[in-house]
Design a protein around this ligand. Sequence first.
Ligand SMILES: C[S@@+](CC[C@H](N)C(=O)[O-])C[C@H]1O[C@@H](n2cnc3c(N)ncnc32)[C@H](O)[C@@H]1O
Ligand code: SF4
Length: 409
Amino acid sequence: MPSVLPLGDPAPSDGLLPAQAADGAAVRAFGLYVHIPFCAVRCGYCDFNTYTATELGGGASQDAYARTAVSEVALAATVLARSGVPDRKLGTVFFGGGTPTLLPADDLAMILRAAIGQWGIEDGAEVTTEANPDSVTRESLAVLKDAGFTRVSFGMQSAVPHVLKVLDRTHTPSRVPQVVQWAREAGLAVSLDLIYGTPGESLADWRHSLETALSYQPDHISAYALIVEEGTKLAAQMRRGEVPGIDDDDHADKYELADELITEAGLGWYEVSNWARTPEQACRHNLAYWRGDDWWGIGPGAHSHVGGVRWWNVKHPSAYANRLSQGLSPAAGRETLDAETRTLERVMLEARLQSGLEVSTLSPGGRHEVAGLIADGLVDPPAAFRGRLVLTLKGRLLADAVVRRILPD
Ligand SMILES: C[S@@+](CC[C@H](N)C(=O)[O-])C[C@H]1O[C@@H](n2cnc3c(N)ncnc32)[C@H](O)[C@@H]1O
Ligand code: SF4
């Protein structure tokens, strides 16, 4: 089953935001996330809010989804205006899932058109879609490019058949160079998602996946350690001893190898799990999340954030469609973050960025820790001397532990 939503306060049925949301909005960037909650097959490790045709049941249809999402775009514009948030053009748009490209490219184009019609879009804006390598064609990628998409992020995961099998992936390794070529021909920038630490994956397997991914010369790579999410098929397999458990040392070795090979290939890290060929090719939409900018999340289970007000939509596609068809906000709950919580979140997210964190934003206790972190080889000394906390390679391996040390007790 997909993961659960947070608790929080109830959200009003008209979706109106508290006054705090509008404060300073005119100078903050504004982005749009569009969640497409469908997949052809559920991968055994994934607990995202996504549904296969059999899981979906009655009441919600993939065919009607684009129209429902467009109705939330209209509602979003009304809610923001009525809440006093000034009109801003979109700086980034990100279609994620699920598998956005399981919908016809024309449906994704329709949602993007509606959003651009509503808010306008900045020159040079970044417009990304995630895609499963099995769910695009040469033609669909060309339609996306014509509609204004600039970037596609393919779930490659691995180039090794036995690893793809444990992950329940449907694509064969040879599909990836094919779709990368089509995306390039269409004029789209290409990112590849990789996963390391899958049960049964050797270091040599991981090296092969990295070398293969890099041979396609992507503009961007994300490499995430496999997380065993409670309630997934993979977690059950591990509990029953059918597949070996996760080994932290194996993860560390694989992260180091990833950083070494990806850096040698000319890409640079800009967040612990993300590398880009040039700073301009870093994912601006994700950077906006990590820096606490404003974004509206369209779709079931999607999260939004405007000026410290965070809310999330009802999770199931039928409940979502029902709310919107009655003219009601699909928001299920929300929370208004106080200044202290916003600072804490900023520390947790910005510490993971290559641009680092302003040491002066830390509490006195956190600032006091910096010398110890340098002594332990976790924080870069020259950057700290300039007043910024930037992780070393060892620090990136232990990022969560570093963050725990700099947060107030
Ligand atoms: C929405 S998916 C990308 C598009 C498409 N659904 C696909 O998988 O090809 C986003 C990424 O999250 C990764 N992901 C999902 N669950 C994960 C987990 N438990 N551990 C690590 N990565 C995970 C996926 O492998 C995928 O690359
Ligand atoms: S295709 Fe992507 S979103 Fe769908 S289940 Fe697999 S990893 Fe999750």
